[in-house]
Design a protein. Structure first.
Length: 308
């Protein structure tokens, strides 16, 4: 007789349960809404989302478009990786950019992190959702990221103008979803709500998923600014008096616009080294996100205005 199959490990059982929940949320969104879209930030969470969507609807294609809010200040490696994923998954990619703000000279250096984020991310997202008439937007946010995200439901109602009102979210009763929308309302769906940062990395390793190389350590030109290591990714970087880029062995835990995303010094150049390092750190994933401002209060204010 053949040997019985080995029982799944506890870690694999957890990932299997998280995967099943996420696939359920993706299928529910595709079935319940007229015109859904998936937000794609090019980061590790978005990469997991693409993989889950491909699994959810196989052998067919992913049945909704993918929207990237491009500020034009993303790392070059991110844009290269985006193109690779479009080819790999056959994505219907839509790109949203606030061209009016660019014409007015808005950059990470001219308007400060908070106003820059409002104009280049929140406004661009709202305008794109309205332009294409999307009634549901799927995102990779997780509840463990920070306090305001912990208030989100998997299916999170947005009021007219894409405003988030935490007290008006609907209860989640088992797997019964209230997907009814009144005029002006839309829905945000967060299939990774119950995942942690470590769950994402364990899943990336298990499934053999590609990620942007910036997550792995390499020698990169950096400046130390406000106690944070900023990688000089192109010649638009505005150096302060006396600043000289220095090559350091660094990587990123969170990706965004390069002048507002701090790196960490690290030798972790493989997925196993990265996970081993992460298992021993207590630093917040978003410690390097300069756009977060004053913690959860700042993020909650952004979300009320329509930020994802």
């Amino acid at each position: 007789m053949p040997a019985p199959a080995a029982a799944p490990s506890v870690a694999d059982a957890v990932l299997d349960a998280l995967e099943a929940e996420a696939i359920w949320a993706l299928r529910e969104t595709a079935a319940a809404f007229r015109n859904p879209v998936m937000l794609y930030s090019i980061g590790k969470d978005s990469g997991v989302m693409l993989h889950l969507a491909a699994k959810a609807f196989a052998p067919g294609p992913i049945p909704f478009p993918v929207l990237h809010v491009d500020t034009t200040w993303k790392f070059r490696d991110m844009i290269t990786f985006r193109g690779q994923m479009v080819q790999q998954y056959g994505l219907d990619l839509r790109v949203a950019t606030n061209h009016a703000a660019i014409a007015e000279g808005v950059t990470p250096f001219t308007h400060g992190a908070q106003e820059y984020t409002r104009l280049m991310k929140t406004v661009a997202l709202r305008e794109a959702l309205d332009e294409y008439g999307f009634d549901a937007a799927i995102g990779g946010s997780r509840r463990d990221e920070e306090r305001s995200r912990a208030k989100e439901r998997i299916f999170s109602l947005r009021m007219p103008g894409h405003r988030w009102e935490p007290r008006r979210q609907r209860p989640e009763l088992w797997r019964t979803v209230n997907a009814q929308l009144t005029p002006g309302q839309t829905m945000r769906t967060f299939p990774l709500s119950n995942w942690t940062e470590m769950d994402v990395w364990y899943y990336v390793r298990r499934e053999g998923l590609p990620v942007v190389p910036l997550y792995y350590a390499a020698m990169r030109p950096t400046v130390l600014r406000g106690g944070q290591l900023i990688v000089v990714d192109d010649d638009r970087m505005q150096l302060e008096p006396g600043e000289v880029p220095v090559d350091r062995l660094v990587r990123f835990r969170s990706l965004g616009c390069y002048p507002l995303s701090a790196a960490i010094e690290s030798p972790a150049a493989t997925i196993d080294e990265l996970i081993a390092e992460m298992e021993s750190t207590r630093q917040s994933e978003r410690a390097g996100r300069l756009i977060d401002g004053e913690g959860g209060a700042s993020m909650e204010a952004k979300k009320v205005e329509g930020y994802f």
